[in-house]
Design a protein around this ligand. Structure first.
Ligand code: GLU
Length: 602
């Protein structure tokens, strides 16, 4: 294949060592400019939000490392992006340790309470699964939150700040407030009926019964106090103390307003989370998934996320084709087909309990060969395609029964951080749907997640077992795919996105755009997206329209959606230079910044 820039990336590069950079003067907040792309040195931050990026950057400027900055930025996102992120939710944290040359991960996924039954989302009155919104806005959907435990674990293992120090800028931001933009207002408007059922939520986000005005200042003093309390007393207050009691109370007795704002057509059911469920929660440290793609090492998130398996398996399939040598239509055809095949396997085999050996098999080149031989360059496969058989029968193109299409929400947020020492954090955090389960814990200022709706409500795999059915303590399958790509053992790319199960296709598409199509990183993010998740229709953005006729001629069918995902990323260029990238327009555009815009003085 042609040299596309990245092969030369680390030739002669020097990672800036401790102490090489002179101190960076602090920058006044009002001088921070929101830009989707930044090139520079000494560290970089990319998030969806200017306040979060500014806070992360400030931590780096003051000598903090990538983990410190990631936690500080994530805490800020809990203030400014409360419908996607926060201590009421969970997430997956990927860390590249420059000193050890190693990628590690934290699984901070929400866990099902002990009392969870397999039919938690089946209405006992009808025997039918609940409507999604009925399940979502309830105590039933709330998983034990993992975000705070993730921050504690990341800081303890790799950070230099205490949790209290890392939370301080976000507490300040919550106290003084931030400016409401059109995206924020729209997210409230989309959730107005659900938010209006709870005084604790409408008091914060529906002032006067309406979404806050664009340009107004929104303060969250309860959240500021919560962050400060955690800073003083540690995460124990959240998992075993007063905040734990308040979470349990909210789940068991949803704080439904006496006079709701607007109407909600479903009953709001209680859940069964207890203080013991919170006390027993802990993060896990799974080995990252690993796959090789065109000479690069791709590291991702293992179960309970399907992100690493799905991105890795699809890349393994695609590596068998010279995408850069194909016409764009053929290359995209292969991308869509590889994605559909991968989703079939994900849905059949991947859940919280998937044995590591099976995960390795799904990520093997032999299995990819079996799957790749299903792709017909002349015609799209009929969707849904059946899953493969990953136990040694590679090469025979065997078949099995088809599974149901996968569903997931459209919220969540991703951030990427690099520091002057060459450490990298790729972190995706979520409360599942935009607005989570719509309940702000009274007096605490944060929304609870509805992550347990990522379980299958009923079996989806016909006569085969569904790996993602609810069970006590189990973590629902995720699609979150924070991805770190190394070249010759050194960082080349870090990237991730929200978007429910389109997370997988968006990460895959950005990698193909960058590595195979030779786009720059900002181009790879901005390019129109199309997601094939083993469903009859490919979901595509309007910008993808020019590609459609060629693909339709091969049998692909399309459904239109305004936008998919909201990615952030960093590319590691030659000589320690960093390229931080966020969305130019999706979700109102993101914010990328570097510590030094130009090379530091020698
Ligand atoms: N809950 C989803 C997952 O973990 C993410 C939700 C979203 O990005 O919208 O896969």
């Amino acid at each position: 294949m042609k040299v596309r820039g990245w092969r030369a990336v680390w030739a002669g590069a020097t990672v800036l060592a401790v102490g090489v950079l002179p101190p960076v003067p602090a920058q006044a907040d009002h001088l921070f400019v929101k830009e989707p792309t930044a090139v520079g040195f000494g560290g970089a931050v990319a998030t969806v939000d200017a306040d979060a990026t500014r806070i992360g950057l400030e931590v780096l400027r003051r000598g903090g490392n990538a983990v410190d900055a990631a936690v500080a930025a994530a805490a800020a996102l809990g203030v400014t992006e409360p419908f996607s992120a926060g201590i009421g939710g969970g997430g997956f944290f990927v860390f590249y340790d420059a000193r050890r040359g190693r990628v590690s991960t934290i699984d901070g996924r929400e866990a099902a309470p002990a009392a969870t039954s397999v039919d938690v989302f089946v209405d006992p009155a009808t025997g039918l699964p609940y409507a999604f919104q009925e399940a979502r806005v309830s105590g039933l959907s709330v998983g034990v939150p993992g975000t705070l435990a993730t921050w504690r674990a990341a800081l303890n293992r790799w950070g230099s700040l205490s949790l209290g120090q890392a939370l301080r800028p976000a507490a300040q931001l919550a106290e003084t407030g931030f400016t409401v933009d059109a995206t924020f207002q729209q997210q409230v408007a989309d959730n107005a009926a659900a938010f209006g059922q709870f005084d604790s939520t409408s008091a914060l986000y529906l002032p006067g019964g309406q979404p806050p005005a664009v340009g107004s200042r929104l303060r969250n003093r309860d959240l500021a106090a919560t962050y400060r309390l955690i800073g003083r007393q540690g995460p124990e207050v959240f998992y075993r103390g007063d905040i734990a009691s308040d979470i349990v109370e909210t789940v068991q007795k949803p704080p439904i307003a006496a006079n709701p704002v607007g109407t909600w057509p479903w009953p709001i059911r209680p859940g069964e989370m207890t203080r013991q469920d919170l006390a027993r929660y802990d993060v896990r440290f799974p080995e990252p998934t690993h796959s090789r793609y065109r000479g690069l090492d791709v590291y991702g998130m293992a179960t309970p996320s399907s992100g690493g398996q799905s991105v890795g398996e699809a890349l393994n399939i695609l590596e068998r084709f010279d995408l850069s040598g194909l016409s764009r239509t053929q290359a995209l055809h292969h991308y869509l087909e590889a994605s559909a095949l991968t989703f079939a396997d994900r849905n059949r085999y991947v859940g919280d309990d998937t044995p590591r050996a099976l995960l390795r098999e799904l990520l093997s080149d032999g299995f990819a060969a079996q799957r790749a031989c299903q792709i017909n360059p002349a015609a799209a496969l009929t969707k849904p395609v059946p899953p493969g058989v990953p136990h040694g029968s590679q090469g025979a193109c065997p078949t099995a029964a088809a599974g149901a299409p996968s569903t997931a929400g459209q919220s969540t947020t991703n951030l990427a951080v690099a520091d002057r020492w060459g450490n990298v954090v790729e972190y995706t955090l979520t409360i599942e749907q935009s607005g989570g389960n719509a309940m702000v814990v009274p007096g605490r200022g944060f929304l609870l997640n509805n992550e347990l709706t990522d379980f299958s409500f009923v079996p989806t795999q016909g006569s085969a077992p569904d790996p993602n059915l609810p069970a006590p303590f189990k973590r629902p399958r995720s699609s979150i795919a924070p991805t770190v790509v190394l070249h010759d053992g050194r960082p080349f790319l870090a990237l991730g996105t929200p978007g429910g199960s389109t997370i997988i296709t968006t990460v895959l598409q950005m990698l193909v755009n960058r590595i195979d199509f030779g786009m720059t990183l900002p181009e790879a993010l901005a390019a129109a997206r199309a997601a094939q998740r083993n469903t009859p229709d490919v979901l595509a953005e309007p910008g993808f329209d020019p590609q459609r006729p060629g693909l339709e001629a091969l049998g692909h069918e399309f459904a239109s959606t305004p936008e998919i995902g909201a990615a952030t990323a960093i590319e590691f260029l030659a000589s320690g230079q960093l390229l931080a990238a966020a969305e130019p327009t999706r979700r109102g555009g993101g914010s990328a910044a570097t510590v030094w815009p130009s090379a530091p003085p020698p």
